[in-house]
Design a protein around this ligand. Structure first.
Ligand code: FES
Length: 104
């Protein structure tokens, strides 16, 4: 089995608490979130209609999709508000110094 690899997402001060961002990646974009100083990452693509979740709005512990306003629990990827019904992939996040990585 291949060793997990780290994919650089951003610097810790690139993203203020309550902000999300889309990170472009060849094998599928990743959304990174800062929830009160803790970083999370999910696939960027909404499972409902392919919109970017990194361009959505964080509401509490959920990311609200800007297309049809469905939402997902950021930590688990579980759908929380319709029309979203299919979970999204989440990634483990590792912070080393002031660099934030997704573990792939
Ligand atoms: S594309 Fe995200 S809720 Fe429809």
């Amino acid at each position: 089995m291949a060793e997990p690899s780290l994919f650089f997402l951003c610097k810790t001060d690139d993203l203020a608490p309550g902000e999300a961002r889309r990170i472009v990646r060849d094998d599928g974009d990743i959304a990174v979130y800062n929830l009160d100083g803790t970083f999370y990452a999910t696939e960027d693509r909404c499972s409902h209609g392919l919109s970017s979740l990194g361009e959505g709005e964080i509401v509490g512990d959920e990311i609200e999709c800007s297309m049809h306003f469905g939402s997902f629990h950021i930590a688990t990827g579980e759908p929380r508000q319709p029309p979203c019904s299919v979970p999204i992939r989440t990634y483990k996040v590792e912070v080393r110094g002031d660099d934030v990585f997704a573990v792939l």
